[in-house]
Design a protein around this ligand. Structure first.
Ligand code: CS2
Length: 482
């Protein structure tokens, strides 16, 4: 089939852009999601919503490359049928505290025009444990000791807001765009708790002046591979585009409409505004991300490299749909006008995208932070409703095998809890290992830890994977033999 090719250029006046949005965590996802919505919105309605792109840890070189490119980069949206190359020009400045100094960053937040701090800092960036700020977190402890030189996103936001307050400026919106349920509430809880530890008056000021809308974000944006790099070179007539990115054509953004200091033209760029993001968030976290984590664990254990490789295997394809429709969909509240069967069909089609190399190993990063919202919330509801959940059990058991495999091979386990998890796998095995990991309080809530049905299902699945092998186990479940 011949691909269709479209090029979407800039159609807004870049000279009108002011520093009104500061985006922390300007990685691949932000470039391909929030910035695209903003560009589309500005192309339609114009306006002055410019972005300061920030990274706190790695990525200073990419930001410098973006400066050199005058803030411009390309997003290539690809599937079997089409390629769309979008030019993005919403960024008007970049900041990295290690390159520019922390004061420059805090001054950006305390700028007159600044109205939104948006975040893609991943689950661990919130420094929370069981929905609350983790005061044992090393970064938080260091920031509280030295609040004018913060290194965590939470410390940076609060220090910047403190500076706004000192300067007599108004509040703004903190817009969380990470894959967590009630991500706005979580951001708010972390920011207020941290501020309270610093200064009660500051916490009250933030509470009265800053809003924290929740959002559901969706777009598959794999790490750039050689194919993607080649495509970007071709699209840019041989010029390197260090911030260019390749992703799927689909995108979705549902935003709680609660902006403190004006709203960027996100809705004009295609986002949906609502008073209640939760049902959309749960649907996406359990059906899309839950299936992803299943494929990441069982797919990796079965040597399937990418999500599309998994979907090309009839056993895994069937399992992905079964986890979505039989084990997750029944746990979800209905959404008017949304059919979960159609949603699963659309996800299946997206997962099959043959042009994207979305690696199962990449999705497996930080699984300890992902399990509750993607897998365990569904498990708890299924237990209450006496509905079977064999593939969810297999996912948790598969994760424990995955950790064990990393311990044995010495390959890196990318996870903020890696040390604790690898230690357990070094000293324990079999049921004892499962038992130990399932007792981890920051992952498994008390009810689940005390639930015998949970322990026995995961222990049983763990044994069966060891006995039959991961793929045969998945096969047994989808063919109804288990
Ligand atoms: C993936 C997500 O890496 C992962 O954990 O499940 O990044 C997923 O691709 C996005 O949430 C899709 O919107």
């Amino acid at each position: 089939m011949q691909e269709t090719f479209t090029r979407a250029g800039l159609e807004c006046d870049r000279k009108a852009l002011k520093p009104r949005i500061l985006h922390i965590g300007f990685g691949a996802f932000a470039r391909a999601h929030q910035m695209v919505y903003l560009q589309e919105g500005l192309n339609k309605t114009g306006g002055d919503w410019g972005v300061i792109a920030v990274r706190l840890n790695s990525g200073a070189e990419e930001l410098s490359a973006l400066d050199e490119a005058n803030g411009l980069y390309t997003v290539a949206e690809i599937d079997a049928e089409s390629v769309t190359a979008r030019e993005i020009g919403v960024v008007i400045g970049t900041c990295h505290p290690k390159r520019d100094g922390i004061d420059t960053l805090l001054d950006h937040i305390a700028g007159d025009a600044m109205s939104v701090i948006s975040l893609t800092i991943t689950e661990k960036g919130y420094c929370c444990k069981n929905g609350h700020l983790d005061l044992q977190n090393k970064g938080i402890q260091a920031d509280l000791e030295n609040p004018e030189h913060p290194t965590t996103a939470i410390g940076v936001i609060v220090a910047g807001l403190a500076r706004r307050r000192e300067r007599g400026l108004g509040g703004l919106t903190v817009l969380s765009c990470d894959n967590q349920p009630d991500n706005g509430k979580l951001a708010r809880a972390a920011v207020l708790h941290y501020a309270h530890e610093r200064d009660r008056g500051l916490a009250d000021w933030i509470d009265a002046n800053v809003t924290f809308p929740s959002t559901m974000v969706d777009r598959v944006v794999p790490a750039l591979d050689d194919y993607g790099r080649g495509l970007l070179l071709e699209l840019n007539d041989g010029r390197e585009d260090e911030n260019g990115i390749v992703c799927e054509p689909f995108r979705q953004w549902v935003i709680e409409d609660d902006f403190a200091a004006g709203r960027p033209p996100y809705a004009e760029g295609g986002a949906m505004l609502t008073d209640d993001v939760r049902p959309y968030e749960m649907m996406k976290l359990r059906m899309l991300n839950g299936a992803h984590t299943f494929l990441a664990m069982l797919g990796s254990l079965s040597d399937l490299e990418t999500v599309s490789d998994c979907m090309a295997d009839p056993v895994f394809r069937k399992a992905a749909r079964q986890i979505m429709l039989s084990e997750q969909a029944p746990t979800l509240p209905p959404i008017e006008g949304v059919s979960l069967e159609d949603y699963a069909d659309a996800l299946t089609h997206r997962f099959e995208n043959p042009k994207l190399k979305h690696r199962t190993a990449q999705i497996a990063w930080d699984t300890s932070q992902k399990l509750p919202q993607r897998i365990l919330h569904g498990v708890a509801i299924n237990i209450d409703d006496a509905r079977p959940w064999p593939l969810l059990a297999l996912t948790v058991a598969g994760w424990i095998h995955f950790i064990r495999e990393k311990q044995i091979t010495g390959e890196k386990l990318t996870d903020p809890m890696a040390e604790t998890l690898l230690d357990a796998a070094r000293t324990l095995e079999g049921d004892a290992l499962v038992d130990h990991i399932l007792s981890e309080e920051s992952i498994f809530d008390e009810e689940l830890r005390r639930e015998p049905a949970f322990r026995s299902a995961v222990t049983g699945a763990y044994r069966m994977i060891a006995e039959k092998g991961p793929r045969r186990m998945v096969e047994a479940i989808v063919s109804g033999d288990q």
